[in-house]
Design a protein around this ligand. Structure first.
Ligand code: NZQ
Ligand code: ZN
Length: 391
């Protein structure tokens, strides 16, 4: 195992009815004033009743609210600054992010920017630095499972000016509390439920397929999590109102990104690097972009990680090793993943997610970081090759 320091300060409250029961006490505990900034996305919370429920609780307690709405998928830096200004102008004591990963990420960055005189993109996103001040307190109500953003300090932001989508994970940016009611995810459209769950699976794979490969409890937990995501996504596709399936998908998303399964591991995240840059150029759906890239990326690297890819085949997909050498077994695991992607209706080509003949795939490939934790480090040429194979 690699050495590690573990820290996760977010208080998690999970279960049906948790917003009604605990929201007020959390705000009373963590808010630094009597005004809460209610932050949300493109309006799903107004249609499914979540906004009314939350606003009703706050109004009923005499807490002043100011809305920060219209946070888009793949949130932009301009939107982050808008949120920070709204918080400052209204003397907000806590930001309450009600939504999926995009709302959570935008609010984490806005909470930081609201308490900082300089430019947070230059000072903390373009390259990492030390945060020596307290961001504005942040609380989260999760409405869509997938990113796991609710329990880490990560915020993935798109800077439209530079065409860069990048994430930083600062422990200082962890939310103070998160309320997770699986029933809040019933209204998530099937397409987003599947893509969010694939994002979770992707996070686990990006961590699992990295050195060291010696006995590590993180890898054992990862295998259990992957089996759970696959099983419960199949159930939720059949019955979107299956509370147990929704609960497991929601908690697996958190477990994948609350830093626990990264302990002792290098981690890869090259597929995320590629997908984020695709997102910066074509604004595609995150989980769908990953679904297109993963099988092709793994066909490129599995021979450099035969032990782990063959273990993936047997432990995650239940493939029998009988009659197969290590390479055939490893390959069968990657193909089982590709089959699953088709089975749940995810896209399998870049064309399906918005890339066309005018898209400059070389520019996108050249803008990707080549990370060092992969079984084989990518080059920009090989990334371009992968993009072309995915097209
Ligand atoms: O915007 P609204 O109207 O709310 O609709 C959203 C959006 O259209 C909808 N939705 C959310 N909850 C709903 C609902 N619709 C009906 N009922 C509900 N209860 O779902 C759509 C997608 O939402 P979004 O937040 O964009 O999706 P997701 O949770 O997948 O977040 C994606 C963003 O998170 C970043 C991604 O790059 C992307 O920008 N990531 C953040 C990470 C982190 N901070 O740790 C890690 C990830 O790897 C990822 O990069
Ligand atoms: Zn992701």
């Amino acid at each position: 195992m690699k050495n590690f320091i573990f820290e996760n300060s977010t208080k998690v409250i999970f279960g049906e009815g948790c917003v009604k029961e605990y929201l007020l006490s959390m705000i009373q505990k963590f808010s630094e004033g009597n005004t809460v900034m209610l932050a949300y996305g493109g309006g799903s919370v107004k249609k499914n009743g979540i906004y009314d429920e939350v606003k009703g609780i706050l109004d009923g307690a005499g807490i002043k609210t100011v809305d920060f709405s219209g946070i888009m998928a793949n949130p932009t830096y301009a939107k982050v600054l808008e949120g920070a200004n709204t918080a400052r102008e209204n003397n907000v004591g806590l930001i309450l992010a009600v939504g999926g990963g995009s709302v959570m990420d935008c609010c984490k960055a806005a909470a930081l920017a609201a308490r900082y005189e300089g430019d947070i993109w230059t000072d903390f996103w373009s390259s990492p630095d030390v945060i020596d001040f307290e961001p504005l307190p942040l609380g989260i109500i999760v409405t869509a499972a997938g990113t796991g953003s609710e329990c880490n300090g990560g915020a993935v932001i798109t800077n439209e000016e530079f065409k860069i989508k990048t994430g930083r994970d600062y422990t200082e940016c962890n939310a103070k509390f998160v309320l997770m009611d699986p029933a809040y995810t019933y209204s998530v459209p099937k397409r987003q439920m599947v893509s969010g769950s694939f994002d979770t699976l992707s996070h686990i794979m990006e961590i699992y397929f990295s050195l060291p490969d010696e006995d590590n409890i993180s890898d054992d937990i990862s295998e259990a999590l992957m089996r759970s995501v696959i099983r419960n996504l199949r159930k939720a596709v059949k019955d979107p109102l299956d509370y147990t399936a929704r609960s497991n998908l929601m908690w697996a998303a958190t477990m994948a990104e609350n830093r626990i399964i990264k302990l002792g591991k290098q981690t890869d995240f090259e597929c995320h690097q590629m997908e984020h840059q695709l997102g910066a150029y074509i604004d595609c759906n995150h989980g769908e972009g990953l679904a297109v890239l993963h099988p092709v990326y793994y066909r490129h690297i599995y021979k450099d990680g035969l032990y782990k890819f063959s273990r993936f085949a047997t432990e995650v997909w239940g493939i029998s090793p009988n009659g197969k050498n290590l390479e055939q077994l490893a390959e069968a695991g990657v193909e089982a993943l590709a089959d699953f992607i088709k089975e749940v209706g995810l896209p399998t080509s870049l064309r399906q997610i918005g890339v066309n003949e005018k898209t400059d795939l070389k520019a996108i490939a050249d803008s990707c970081n080549c990370v060092s934790g992969s079984y084989r480090k990518m080059t920009h040429d090989e990334i371009l090759k992968i993009f072309k194979e995915c097209y």
